[in-house]
Design a protein around this ligand. Structure first.
Ligand SMILES: [Fe+2]
Length: 245
């Protein structure tokens, strides 16, 4: 099945139309079951949770020297740019289903410069261009619907200060006769007790980086390819260090 046929198959099968999602005509409510089966037995037999010292260590994560950011230098700021939108939904996948592009998995930890520990409950506001270098709001003649966010999401660091999201490799875009923005992903990082950070991450080896005045070398990450069957995706890490208010 080639790409086009596969795509139309998926769209038909999922009930995707140009106007949005439609349930198939004969759709019935998903059947619910009150029978927990083996899980019910497990619930009945289980005892109240016992504090787990290992879990506490994870939550209050000690700093393995080899993995902590070097000298806890603050993550550099970078321009906000004109394309941020407020109130993107919370989700772990930045792009819509079936989005064309090379899949990336970006992950990292958010660190506190003062305590040298990771920070849970940090909100990361992420936005980027699609594979062709276009934002969902870069055409003033065709603004996006207020409740539709494409290539945007917010997420929150977990109890160990980790975050992770899936996306596609953003495309570069031209902003002047000889000026380009190389591929990048925007971040707006917020925590109650720490200074907000507006920055961007970049990818090593992007030729357009020579034509960009905004890029900072400390914000460039490496990508590593992970092969899965006949396909592949790339993984990159981007740790962040925040300063207290
Ligand atoms: Fe941008």
């Amino acid at each position: 099945m080639d790409t086009i046929n596969r795509r139309s198959f998926l769209e038909t099968g999922l009930g995707v139309t140009a106007g949005g999602l439609l349930l198939p005509a004969l759709a019935m409510p998903t059947e619910a079951s009150g029978d927990l089966g083996a899980y019910g037995h497990f619930v009945a037999q289980s005892t109240p949770p016992v504090p787990n010292p290992a879990a506490n260590r994870l939550r209050d994560i000690a700093i393995p020297a080899a993995q902590a950011p070097a000298n806890f230098v603050l993550t550099e700021t970078n321009i906000l740019g004109p394309y941020h939108r407020q109130n993107a939904p919370f989700r772990g996948k930045i792009t819509p289903p079936l989005e064309p592009g090379n899949v990336l998995l970006i992950r990292g930890r958010v660190w506190a410069q003062d305590t040298r520990r990771t920070l849970p409950n940090v909100v990361l506001d992420i936005w980027q261009a699609n594979a062709q270098g276009r934002y969902d709001n870069d055409d003033p003649q065709a603004p996006p619907a207020a409740n539709l966010f494409v290539h945007r999401a917010r997420l929150m660091t977990d109890e160990a200060g980790y975050y992770e999201y899936e996306t596609i490799h953003p495309g570069p875009y031209q902003i002047g006769p000889r000026a380009w923005r190389p591929s990048h992903i925007h971040y707006w990082v917020r925590h109650t007790n720490y200074r907000p950070l507006i920055t961007q991450l970049y990818f090593r080896g992007d030729l357009h980086q020579r034509e960009d005045q905004f890029i900072r070398p400390s914000l460039i990450i490496d990508l590593r390819e992970v092969r899965v069957g006949q396909g592949a995706y790339k993984v990159g890490a981007f740790d962040i260090v925040l300063s207290p208010r």
